[in-house]
Design a protein around this ligand. Structure first.
Ligand code: ADP
Ligand code: MG
Length: 363
């Protein structure tokens, strides 16, 4: 579907893309990962011609874009939808109008037809109820889902996502990722720049690791995350030392959670004892948090230097404090003083309640 060859992009003297080569087949879901500043956004913007590449070639459906004297950029962008980190909704239009405006203005669709289709798309992303709301009334997760519906309204053949969840509060990441996962299941071709490693692992057919302006390594999620062949990929993949787990309801899948936590601990060679303590503590603590009242995110952080494993539990600020509820026997299992504390903290511009506990030290 798309073939990128020897793509180069310079900004003045700065060479951002050096020699990028990618082939994208229809139906593929490609995750692009890599350190910041390596040109991931620039690559997507070049594909979409929001930036004009310095040299190289981009062939879309057999048509070379860059040699053409007159490229029809609007037509190209209809084929390639783009979803940005910062949503880019029209703030003066309602959600429904945001999703209708493209088809009406650019596809010459009737208002009735555009509205009918927009409602169907909003339903698909779980936003039908908010059709009449203005963007300012929405949460970040809702804004991004509306932006995805707007993108879909143009019937794109491929969607480019540039870190679609990195501006979101942690509790809203998963609702957006779920929508993207649904699109993947429906066979949508997608290129997703993301920092969500476990999501990239689950959703993609192929992972590209980008570093210093080139695709440094590519492979299946298993190859890249479990058996990276090259040094820099290995360092990058192994430097991610958080494990996040979102809980949406009381009926969360305890076994899946345990399995993922074990995987994470095994990856850093934590002892069985630490794994056991972590699982038990998390499980017990969750009994004191009203899980039916909003999303809860668990973040396990492992500091290789000190050998400490800590757990942060993030939940809606409105929930009552939980630390005092926790019985003495759980507290006793925490070895040191100050091992458990609770705070209201700011995360991605939103206040959340955080219970933080120190689980164990390997040293
Ligand atoms: P990533 O998305 O991987 O974090 P970017 O593609 O955003 O990386 O940026 C790669 C490099 O290109 C950075 O050093 C950035 O400062 C530079 N860059 C990006 N856009 C521009 C621009 N419009 N003008 C000048 N430099 C730019
Ligand atoms: Mg970027």
């Amino acid at each position: 579907m798309i073939q990128i060859q020897h793509l180069e992009k310079k900004f003045g003297k700065l060479t951002v893309l050096k020699d990028v080569n990618i082939r994208i087949k229809r139906g593929e879901v490609i995750s692009v990962i890599g350190p910041s500043g390596t040109g991931k956004s620039t690559l997507l913007r070049c594909l979409n011609l929001l930036e004009w590449p310095t040299s190289g070639s981009i062939i879309v459906d057999g048509e070379e874009l860059l040699s053409a004297n007159k490229v029809d950029a609007p037509k190209l962008r209809r084929k390639m939808g783009m979803v940005f980190q910062s949503f880019n909704l029209f703030d003066h239009l309602s959600v429904l109008e945001n999703v209708c405006i493209g088809p009406i203005k650019l596809l010459a669709m009737s208002k009735v037809e555009a509205t009918r289709r927009a409602m169907r798309l909003l339903k698909m992303v779980g936003m039908a109820e908010k059709a009449r709301s203005m963007p300012a009334e929405l949460s970040g997760g809702q804004k991004q889902r509306a932006a995805i519906a707007r993108c879909l309204s143009m019937n794109p053949e491929i969607i480019l996502f540039d870190e679609p969840t990195s501006a979101l509060d942690p509790t809203m990441v998963s609702e957006v990722l779920s929508v993207i996962r649904t699109l993947a299941k429906q066979g949508m071709t997608m290129v997703i720049v993301t920092h969500e490693m476990s999501f990239a692992r689950r959703v993609s057919t192929r992972v590209l690791y980008m570093d210093q302006g080139v695709i440094y390594e590519e492979g299946s999620p298993k190859e890249i995350f479990d058996h990276p062949r090259r040094e820099r990929t290995r360092v990058f993949v192994n430097s991610i030392r958080d494990f996040r787990y979102d809980i949406h309801s009381e009926d969360y899948d305890l076994y899946a959670f345990e399995a993922e936590l074990r995987n994470f601990c095994n990856k850093y060679f934590l002892s069985d004892e630490t794994v056991q303590t972590a699982v038990q503590l998390a499980e017990k603590l969750l009994q004191y948090i009203p899980l039916s009242q909003g999303e809860v995110q668990l973040v396990f952080r492992y500091a290789e230097k000190t050998g400490n494993l800590a757990l942060e539990i993030l939940m809606p600020q409105e929930l009552p404090a939980v630390v005092d509820e926790i019985p003495a026997d759980i507290k006793a299992a925490l070895t040191t003083e100050n091992a458990l504390h609770e705070d209201i903290v700011k995360r991605n511009d939103k206040m959340v309640r955080m219970v933080k506990l120190f689980i164990h030290s390997e040293k």
